[in-house]
Design a protein around this ligand. Structure first.
Ligand SMILES: [Zn+2]
Length: 361
């Protein structure tokens, strides 16, 4: 009887452990507890009986009738035991059935979840493929990180040249062919201007009527902007900053003059531009004063020239570049002010790809 109860208690503990939240298992555990309570109460009785047994030893034969008298009680207990074991078997069967049902339901749920996950994965892959195939028209670019120069061509389909072009700028100006380059003819005048911090540089739009003539072609000055450090290098060496003067011909051809900037004396034109900086990015200010673009030019006018591109998206090629050999100076304070806004806004060097570089004698 005690073994049977212990067996049932063990089975019940197993069930309870595997299905702690199951009400049937909890009920079985209760039953086991109620059944085992009398059993444990019986233990002291059995122990108390021990001395009686020992005392009975000498009169073994006299004890026999007592055993016989106990027989009807034993029969009752057997019947109770049979009844109880039947109950236990019934309850165990019910528990097993429940557990089987739970296992089947769990397996079905897992199968459904797996199928759903596979479906979701396939949908995500298809969406990613569609996104990759769709033409991109991003507009956000920068000089570092995800939207930096190495990825410009991937941001917008119209910026493909930034990645595939072989006439890109800036380049390292070396091994130039020294020739008697024609003088660039300047026809600059004091002009009205406006300024914007466009998020990539400080840009000064200059009023109309300022022209250069080179190669028998006239180009009108559009705007002046800055980079730090200089984008172009001469024999591998750059300067702290550079100023670009962007011109456009009536036919839409672009010619850019680069003026390298070194640390030294204050630069008059730069000071006027810095004095009028807008407080907020993308705000355009139009001061009531004028600037003379001639102040942007060094005394000596020898230059390097080659065919390249815009140095920012969309990296359009067919740009005539003229880089003055003589750098100009800007004061450390003027340099520092710019570097607070743009510590780095220069595109890295691009491959020369066998392009001809000419330079003034
Ligand atoms: Zn530039």
């Amino acid at each position: 009887m005690r073994n049977l109860i212990a067996l049932f208690a063990c089975s019940c503990v197993t069930f309870c452990a595997s299905a702690a939240n199951d009400p049937a298992a909890a009920a079985a555990a209760k039953l086991a507890a109620s059944v085992s309570r009398p059993a444990s109460a019986m233990v002291p009785v059995a122990k108390k009986a021990e001395p009686v047994e020992k005392k009975a030893e000498p009169v073994e034969k006299k004890a026999e009738p007592a055993e016989k008298k106990a027989e009807p009680a034993a029969t009752n207990e057997e019947e109770a035991e049979v009844e109880l074991s039947a109950k236990i078997a019934q309850r165990l069967a019910a528990l097993r059935e429940r557990q089987q049902a739970r296992a089947t339901a769990a397996a079905r749920a897992k199968k459904l979840a797996d199928a759903k996950r596979r479906q979701d994965e396939q949908a995500a892959l298809a969406a990613a493929a569609a996104a990759a195939a769709a033409p991109k028209h991003g507009t956000v670019w920068s000089y570092e990180g995800e939207t930096g120069p190495a990825n410009w061509s991937k941001i917008n389909v119209d910026w493909a040249k930034c990645g595939t072009g072989n006439r890109q700028s800036p380049i390292d100006l070396r091994d130039g062919i020294k020739v008697n380059l024609e003088q660039i003819s300047f026809d600059y005048h004091p002009s009205s201007f406006s300024e914007v911090n466009n998020g990539h540089t400080i840009q000064v739009t200059v009023g109309g009527g300022n022209f250069i003539t080179v190669g028998n072609m006239a180009y009108e000055l559009q705007e002046i902007h800055f980079h730090r450090p200089s984008e172009e290098k001469v024999n591998g060496k750059g300067t702290e900053m550079v100023m670009h003067l962007v011109h456009r011909s009536a036919e839409g051809k672009v010619a850019i003059i680069a003026v390298l900037l070194e640390r030294g004396q204050p630069h008059r034109l730069i000071q006027t531009i810095w004095d009028n900086l807008p407080l907020e990015k993308h705000d355009v200010v139009s001061p009531s004063i004028v600037i003379d673009p001639t102040d942007a030019l060094p005394e000596r006018r020898e230059y390097f020239t080659y065919m390249g591109s815009l140095t920012e998206p969309p990296c359009t090629e067919g740009v005539l570049w003229m880089v003055f050999k003589q750098p100009m100076q800007a004061s450390p304070a003027q340099m520092a002010l710019y570097s607070r806004m743009y510590p780095l806004n220069a595109r890295p060097l691009q491959a020369t790809s066998g392009r001809m570089i000419k330079e003034s004698n």
